[in-house]
Write a protein that binds this ligand. Structure first.
Ligand SMILES: Nc1nc2c(ncn2[C@@H]2O[C@H](COP(=O)(O)OP(=O)(O)OP(=O)(O)O)[C@@H](O)[C@H]2O)c(=O)[nH]1
Length: 505
């Protein structure tokens, strides 16, 4: 409220002093303009200090733009007070007017995305500097160089200035429409209000100035600065909170924004061909190169991120299908692979076999030697079982001390052979078991083989092999049993395989 009152008083004082002196560019009216610009600078800087870190940079850029306006105005005031014999002050004014564009271009063109490569931010800064340098060169050459004598030069300068001012304003409005977070919306609301009103005022002021400045014209320049001071210091309007662009719109606008930088360089390059054709051509090439580099860096970052994403998805997939203790497959993998094996067996007639393997007296092993020794034993058994398989077969940790082996294209006979090899390899491990009647770790195995009648549901074959395993446990452990339906396929009269006397009963 107090800021509003102060601004009204300053605007009135400006008008009264300008009317009293009868000239827009007298010291007192200029001092009033500086006071309004200073208020805007203070308001924007205050907003910068109050903002969270992520949004601070854009507010600081806006404050820098206003600072350039203040310095530009101060130089004009000094010229009025002291004169400008060497033309240094007017050169300095041109420097500040060109530098004003630098933070403006940077703040409307940057995407400010957190994952953007640093080199892209540096490229944008370099390009904004190119814009400022080109502008300085263009203004100096057109207004005080040999081309100044040409009466059309002033119009070229005016159109160029209009194009830049309105491009900045339009880009800021687009960014406002694309901002998804409220704080960013508020920033672009303040920036676009200022840039748009400033562009309109500059267009009118410059046209009026061509025919000699009337006393009131200086007050026009107060308007965008007073407006910015009010917007920055007051609470944001409610509709800013309610307005939500879609993600697609927001991303498209943010990706499109940097094009304004290249556009400005091309625009300036085109105008500079009036001064030097080769500089204009070079500027156009620089603009294309800059945009190409920008796209290349961003694309390479996206490819890196995609590769990292694919890799972690693959790792996750592997982890989901793996048993963390033994490193072999787990039940998730078993379910899919067994289904595939059953389908393959049904389709080709080359049936698969299932081995349900259980470590004997494992509870006692754990109880006597501890859980850590139990884990080590499980790892050794898993690795020994894996060593006996072909690449197409699968070994799975099914439960605590239970393993399942899927043998592709394996009859009951082949499965018994494989089971014997497995019982043998565990025997060769010679892991001492203080509470087992066999004094070492042994395993019992139940076998079930797919037949043409076996349903596709993996549970059926698993249950059959589990029943066979139960038989093996009941018949004294450290032995192999074949499920009833599968045993009929065996050539000899199968009655279980006992490791102790190495005979088939
Ligand atoms: N160390 C360790 N032990 C486990 C793990 N998972 C299950 N166990 C243990 O394995 C034991 C299984 O015991 P039971 O199901 O009674 O089987 P068993 O003692 O081998 O008896 P039989 O199978 O009849 O010979 C339990 O004591 C579980 O605590 C594991 O990941 N690590």
């Amino acid at each position: 409220m107090r800021v509003g009152l102060l601004l009204v008083l300053l605007l009135l004082a400006h008008l009264v002093l300008a009317n009293w002196s009868g000239h827009a560019e007298d010291a007192w009216p200029q001092l009033m303009l500086l006071a309004v610009q200073g208020t805007a600078l203070w308001a924007v800087f205050t907003r910068y200090r109050r903002s969270p870190p992520l949004i601070r940079l854009p507010w600081l850029l806006l404050a820098s733009a206003i600072l350039m306006q203040v310095l530009w105005g101060s130089t004009n005031l000094l010229t009025t007070l002291m004169g400008d014999k060497g033309g240094y002050l007017s050169a300095l004014a041109t420097v500040f007017s060109s530098l004003y564009v630098l933070p403006c271009v940077f703040m409307v063109s940057r995407s400010f995305a957190r994952d953007e490569p640093r080199v892209v931010a540096r490229l944008d800064l370099a390009m904004s500097c190119v814009v400022a340098i080109l502008l300085y060169e263009f203004f100096t050459q057109m207004l005080s160089g040999p081309l100044a004598k040409d009466p059309t030069s002033i119009y070229v300068v005016l159109y160029q200035a209009d194009a830049i001012d309105f491009s900045l304003a339009l880009m800021a409005i687009l960014r406002l429409l694309g901002a998804r977070s409220f704080r960013w919306r508020f920033f672009y609301y303040a920036a676009s209000s200022y840039l748009l009103v400033n562009a309109i005022v500059a267009t009118i002021y410059n046209r009026v100035e061509l025919h000699g400045l009337p006393w009131w014209a200086g007050s026009l320049v107060d308007i965008p600065h007073a407006l910015l001071a009010l917007v920055a210091i007051r609470q944001p309007p409610r509709w800013l909170r309610a307005f939500h662009p879609s993600l697609a719109v927001s991303q498209t606008i943010a990706s499109f924004a940097p094009i304004i930088l290249s556009m400005m360089v091309v625009m300036l390059g085109f105008s500079i061909t009036r001064i030097s054709f080769s500089i204009g051509l070079l500027t156009g090439c620089v603009s294309v190169l800059f945009y190409g580099l920008r796209v290349a860096f961003i694309q390479s970052r996206h490819m890196d991120m995609k590769r990292a994403g694919d890799l972690s998805a693959l790792r996750l997939e592997q982890q989901v299908g793996r048993d963390p203790l033994t490193g072999i497959a787990n039940r998730v993998t078993l379910d899919t692979r067994l289904r595939e094996a059953l389908q393959e067996g049904r389709r080709t007639g080359h049936h698969c076999s299932l081995l349900m393997i259980d470590i004997d007296f494992f509870k006692q092993y754990n109880d006597s030697l501890g859980h850590i020794a139990g884990d080590a034993c499980l790892i050794k058994v898993a690795s020994a079982l894996s060593s006996q398989l072909r690449a197409c077969d699968l070994v799975v940790r099914y439960g605590g001390e239970e393993f399942v082996v899927v043998l592709m294209d394996a009859s009951a006979e082949t499965a018994v052979e494989a089971a014997r090899r497995m019982v043998g390899v565990i025997e060769r491990l010679q892991i001492p078991h203080p509470c087992s009647p066999y004094e070492r770790i042994t395993v019992s195995i139940g076998i079930a083989t797919q037949t043409s009648d076996t349903p596709m549901d993996p549970v059926v074959l698993l249950e059959e092999s589990d029943r066979a395993l139960y038989m093996a446990k009941n018949n004294g452990r450290d032995r192999v049993e074949v499920a009833e339906g599968s045993a009929q396929d065996l050539s000899s009269g199968w009655n279980g395989f006992d490791m102790r006397d190495n005979t088939i009963r």
